[in-house]
Write a protein that binds this ligand. Sequence first.
Ligand code: FES
Length: 98
Amino acid sequence: MSVDNNPTIFIGIAEPDATQFDAWSHQPLLVSIEQGGIDWPSSCRNGTCRTCFSKLERGQVRYEIDWPGLSAEEKEEGYVLPCVAYPCSDVVLQHQSF
Ligand code: FES
């Protein structure tokens, strides 16, 4: 996890229920989602299993590992892995199994 001495709280929205959560810039979105009391599928929590595979409907994320388990096409289409994705803005996320 990165050292962020000045974390920012962005607004996170988890679809399809539009449940709001605090999306902290210094921690992966999955952690913020869970702290918000939202049940989000996950397993490996390191960007390999794709259980948390989600569509970023709005917003931007960054990764701390060079190439999390997404193809270039998936990234281009806005898919993200919340267990290793850190928010850079307000975000709207839709899990792909919901
Ligand atoms: S929980 Fe495995 S890729 Fe996110």
